[in-house]
Design a binder for this molecule. Structure first.
Ligand code: NDP
Length: 248
């Protein structure tokens, strides 16, 4: 499939999990994939591995997405190398779970900075070029936790719910320039982020998932691909839950 051939696709947090599955999918489809992580070494190593696996073009960059200057510098490098970003996938995210009364202010602010301000920084860094090109696709990875909440995750839920409001607002700002902004809200996906959950929590979650399995990075990448595709050119401001029916 050549739909993304030579298009520039930027994925935040491509070193592991969902972001890595997205990077592999777009690399297989001929895109020039740029991805970032907090360390240059791991971003470059993951990029080289995905390149070798897929035969595609993947470049890794160091950027903490919570830092606007670092994001601007990365986007400049990416567009100088591959041309303006056509697809931005705001995927990088973290958890710092705790009950509100035990949550340290730093655990609140780090999660908001990464999961919400990170998307703001990246959108701001690519929007001008997208507007100039009169085209672009922004896909933000939220979570079903942003829709229905979860005790112990007030910081994460606030950031992920915020991301939905942010996306719908930006979708309205950019629609007249042929730029779409959509949200994928994953459920319980098998990655490092969920590997830390206890066996009892995992068993309880599995019991509540109508499709009776944990999702994979590839399940989420397929939804991201849809929003990035020509077939979704009339879809903006949408939230697609990809959760095996968990939040139904
Ligand atoms: P992982 O923990 O497996 O991977 C997180 C990725 O984000 C890594 O590549 C990490 O790179 C990167 N990252 C973290 N912080 C930063 C930062 N400040 N700057 C740049 N990169 C950063 O997570 P998942 O793949 O599970 O999650 C991906 C997204 O999906 C997240 O937004 C998450 O909230 C969301 N999600 C996940 C679910 C799940 O069940 N797994 C469910 C719902 C939503 P590095 O460590 O190299 O810096």
């Amino acid at each position: 499939m050549a739909e993304f051939k030579d298009k520039t696709v930027l994925i935040t947090g491509g070193t592991r999990g969902i972001g890595r599955a997205c990077a592999a999918l777009f690399a297989r489809e001929g895109a020039n994939v740029a991805m970032c992580g907090r360390s240059a070494a791991s971003a470059e190593q993951a990029a080289a591995e995905i390149s070798a696996e897929t035969g595609g073009t993947v470049a890794g960059y160091e950027a903490d997405i919570g830092n606007g200057d670092a994001v601007d510098a990365m986007v400049k490098k990416v567009s100088e190398r591959f041309g303006p970003v056509y697809v931005l996938v705001n995927n990088a995210g973290i958890t710092r779970d705790n009950l509100l009364m035990r949550m340290k202010p730093a655990d609140w602010s780090t999660v908001i900075e990464t999961n919400l301000t990170g998307a703001f920084n990246c959108c701001r860094a690519v929007a001008r070029d997208m507007v100039k090109q009169r085209q672009g696709r922004i896909i933000n990875i939220s979570s079903i936790i942003g829709i229905r909440g979860q005790g112990g995750q007030t910081n994460y839920a606030a950031a992920k719910a915020g991301l939905i409001g942010f996306s719908k607002s930006l979708a309205q700002e950019l629609a007249s320039r042929n730029i779409t902004v959509n949200v994928v809200a994953p459920g319980y996906i098998e990655t490092d982020m969920t590997a830390v959950l206890g066996d009892d929590v995992k068993a309880m979650l599995l019991e509540k998932i109508p499709l009776r399995r944990q999702g994979t990075g590839e399940d989420i990448a397929a939804a991201v691909r849809y929003f990035a595709s020509d077939g979704a050119s009339y879809v903006t401001g949408a939230v697609l839950q990809v959760d095996g029916g968990l939040a139904m």
